[in-house]
Every structure is written in structure tokens, then in C-alpha cells.
Ligand binder design. Structure first.
Ligand SMILES: *Cc1c(COP(=O)(O)O)cnc(C)c1O
Length: 449
């Protein structure tokens, strides 16, 4: 018999060595031991019992490491859905930590000394920003849309334009979510054109609402027509119907001065007299996952009575993050300084150039690296501004094996996510934070030197 078999430890012996659950130790040890058995059968390599035990220990450590980890977003896509959408502001992060650290008044009315409601916390701030009568927050915008329709349109007709049957990421269709709410969707118009008369003709006694859905991740151009909420308002008023709007990304700032096209803001929806408008908290707002509904006070009151609200409610950490983020919007200048999403969108050309020069100079010292600063186009992402791009600059890396380089960056301990095209690897500086430059350098030194 090959003497190396003697080095393979007994399972009982291994289990005693580690404090992990037995089934985990067994499973992992069996895998490692199998590798050593194969080694004996196919090679002359020598090893000791300690080598095997060390390998098991390493595998156990790997096994207990985090699954959700930080990445460096060098793609230039600001709200990268796969990379966690919005990065929180420092205020939001500090508030999460503060609120998490001790008890809070989540559902306690401090003035009265009795039970309060978690839904009171954001209302004043949202009112100040948007001039709405009332607001409520739920787990995400999909839940917000569902809850609106379930509360007001169950077993009734809701009119929607065929041009607005949006499919968001991972093949989720807003219209399917709407149907699940119990509302009966009445599609009107053609994909490219819907007229006021189409809505008017579809109204029957069973109609309860008209809903406008922001097309988010696509745009219908060319021979196209849509009816805006303010035009629909006259009909819904006359026929006593609700007018709802799913704004999707829901910006609180008009970014048209930064090279993006004009998008309706939440404020504009309220000004137009929409009864309820809903939007995501982790898209253009730049906070954590959540969905806000704002509009008429009596309608929000009805939503609060819907039993399903409980299934969609947010936790205190979400409230902490969203409240802190919204407070920045009380002064638009603060929002653009403090909220990373707003900051990245509003970076000037000079600021982009400064970032690119700085990263270039840091990386250009690396022996054997071949880089240039090249113009690139950043995207907002997250299903917002589907056709607009923003001027940006990238560090373009020339390398004989770009796939290997891309993989090295991605699998490094900082998980740098880059893009490869036109025979270069690109690091778009718009979405890279300056405190990540040093990390990128470290990983590239490891590759080249
Ligand atoms: C993104 C989006 C949603 C879903 O929002 P989540 O917060 O991701 O649930 C719904 N409607 C539209 C139009 C969207 O763009």
C-alpha cells in the first residue's frame, strides 16, 4: 500500500479539531480528502497530515466568509442594478448606524408616551420637498404600485397606454404586477401612439382609474404620441376617476443642465394634480431600497388601512437611510454634494478630468502597464434615462490578454468591475470613488509587477 494513505486523518480526529458544525466539517473534509486520494493515485507528490489539516482549515474559513461583498464599480453606470443601485450618502450611513445602535421611536410617540406609527417619520420631509399632502413608504416601488391598485382598483378597470407596458429587469413586468393586485387592466392606444380620445373611449362605469407608467428603460421615438398626466387630469376630474402615476426612478431634481433630457420630477406630478405618484428610493433618489407613494391625504389614509401594507412594510434601517437622504434634498445644493448618485450625475467636465488625471498618474508608474485617458460615455442606469449618456473619461488599459486582466480585477479582493471593448479594458472614473484609486493601483501592481 502507498504509505501516503497513512497521512489521511480520521474523520473523528478532524471533527475534534474544529468548532464548526459537524456536518460542515464532514462535507468539507471529504472534499479535501478526496483530492488527496486522487493525488496519491495519480502523482508521486509527497505531503503530510498537517498539509491536509491546513487545507481543511482554509476551506472552512472560506466557507464562512461573506457572500455579499463590496465591489468597485468602474463601469460608468451610476445606478448599476447588479451592483446594488445607489450608494448611500454619508448622512444616510451615519443614521443607519445611530438608529441601529440603540432603541428608537420607530413606533412610539415620544410626546404622548404611547404607541406611534413608523409611517410618520418621513412625511414632513417629503411634504416640504414635494408639496404633497401626505406620503407613505413601502419596501420598493413595485410594492407601491401593487398597493395603490389593490387599494383602489381591485375588481375594477384601470386604463393604461400600450406604450407604457414596461418590463423592468430580470423579466418582471409592471403590468403583471398590476394584474396580480386584482385590478383589471384595460390597454389603450398603440405601442407608439396613444391619444386622449383612446382614454376617453375606454372609460365605462367599471373604470376606477387611469395610470401613467414611466417607460423608464426604453423610449418610444419617431412617430409617437403620449398623453401627459396634466392632460388626463381634466378627464379624470370630470369622470370622477383616480389619476395615478408610476414614476419609476422618480427624481426630485431636474438634471437637464447636466446633459440629461428633461424628466418629470415628483414635484411636477404633484403640481399636475396626480392623485398618487410612486417612485423608487434606490434609483435617482439615491437612498436604500424602498418605494414612496405621495399625494392626496385621504388616499394615503386608505392605503394605511390596507392589510397588505403589513407585508410590504419597511424596517427602521430603511427609514433611517431614506430620511437622511431626503433631508439633503431640502436644499438642492446639499443633495448634489452629499448624495453620491446626485454627485456623480452632476460632476462637471473639469471634475471628471481631475479624477482621470489623478488615477492616470497613479497607475502610470506601474512597470509594464500601457494606459491612456480616453473619452467614454457614462450611463445613469437603473432603468432611468435609457438613451442619454454623459460625457466621461476612462483609463483605457492595453494588454495582450484582456480577458485575463478583466478576471484578475474582478476576482481580486476588491472585486473591480470593468468593461472590455475595442481591444481595451476601460475604467470609467465617474463611478469610481477617489478612495478606491489606491486599491485599483494595488491590484494592477499585483498583475503587472
Ligand atoms: C424600477 C421601476 C419599478 C420597480 O421599482 P423597484 O423599486 O425596483 O421595485 C416600477 N416601475 C417603474 C416604471 C420602474 O422603472
Amino acid at each position: 500500500m502507498d504509505l501516503r494513505f497513512k497521512e489521511i486523518p480520521q474523520m473523528n480526529e478532524i471533527i475534534k479539531l474544529f468548532d464548526y458544525p459537524k456536518h460542515t466539517v464532514k462535507e468539507i473534509s471529504n472534499e479535501i480528502i478526496e483530492k488527496y486520494r486522487q493525488k496519491i493515485l495519480t502523482t508521486d507528490e509527497s505531503f503530510s497530515k498537517d498539509d491536509i489539516i491546513n487545507d481543511i482549515e482554509k476551506a472552512l474559513l472560506d466557507h464562512s466568509s461573506y457572500s455579499l461583498v463590496n465591489t468597485i464599480n468602474a463601469t460608468g453606470v451610476i445606478l448599476h442594478t447588479n451592483l446594488g443601485r445607489a450608494v448611500l450618502s454619508k448622512n444616510a450611513i451615519d443614521r443607519i448606524i445611530d438608529i441601529a445602535k440603540s432603541y428608537s421611536n420607530l413606533e412610539y410617540n415620544i410626546d404622548k408616551g404611547k404607541r406611534g406609527s413608523r409611517y410618520t417619520h418621513l412625511v414632513d420631509t417629503i411634504k416640504k420637498i414635494t408639496n404633497c399632502e401626505d406620503a407613505i413608504i413601502v419596501n420598493n416601488n413595485a410594492a407601491a404600485v401593487f398597493l395603490i391598485l389593490n387599494t383602489f382598483c381591485k375588481d375594477k378597470d384601470v386604463i393604461i397606454s400600450r406604450g407604457e407596458l414596461v418590463e423592468i429587469g430580470d423579466s418582471f413586468r409592471i403590468s403583471e404586477i398590476m394584474k396580480q393586485s386584482g385590478a383589471n387592466l384595460i390597454e389603450v392606444g398603440a405601442t407608439n401612439r396613444t391619444h386622449l380620445i383612446d382614454y376617453e373611449n375606454a372609460i365605462t362605469e367599471d373604470t376606477s382609474a387611469i395610470i401613467k407608467v414611466h417607460t423608464s428603460n426604453y423610449k418610444i421615438m419617431g412617430f409617437s404620441e403620449e398623453v401627459l398626466a396634466n392632460e388626463l387630469k381634466d378627464i379624470t376630474d370630470e369622470k370622477n376617476l383616480y389619476l395615478f402615476e408610476d414614476l419609476g426612478s422618480g427624481s426630485l431634481i431636474d438634471y437637464s443642465e447636466y446633459g440629461l433630457s428633461y424628466e418629470r420630477t415628483v414635484q411636477k406630478c404633484i403640481e399636475d394634480g396626480v392623485d398618487l405618484v410612486s417612485f423608487s428610493c434606490d434609483k435617482m433618489i439615491g437612498a436604500s431600497q424602498g418605494g414612496i407613494i405621495c399625494g392626496k391625504k385621504e388616499l394615503i389614509a386608505k392605503i394605511k388601512k390596507n392589510q397588505l401594507l403589513r407585508a410590504f412594510r419597511v424596517g427602521k434601517l430603511t427609514l433611517a437611510a431614506v430620511e437622511a437622504t431626503l433631508i439633503s434634498y431640502l436644499d438642492e445644493k446639499n443633495a448634489k454634494k452629499e448624495i453620491p448618485t446626485a454627485r456623480m450625475i452632476s460632476l462637471s467636465k473639469d471634475e471628471i478630468k481631475e479624477k482621470a488625471d489623478k488615477l492616470y498618474n497613479m497607475l502610470n508608474d506601474i512597470k509594464g502597464i500601457d494606459i491612456k485617458i480616453e473619452e467614454s460615455r457614462s450611463k445613469v442606469g437603473g432603468g432611468a434615462y435609457p438613451i442619454d449618456t454623459l460625457y466621461s473619461l476612462s483609463i483605457a488599459i492595453y494588454d495582450k490578454d484582456l480577458d485575463k486582466l478583466e478576471k484578475h480585477l474582478r476576482l481580486s479582493k476588491y472585486h473591480i468591475i470593468s468593461t472590455v471593448h475595442d481591444d481595451k479594458l476601460y475604467l470609467d472614473v465617474r463611478t469610481i470613488f477617489e478612495d478606491e484609486f489606491e486599491k485599483i493601483k494595488e491590484v494592477l501592481i499585483d498583475y503587472y509587477e
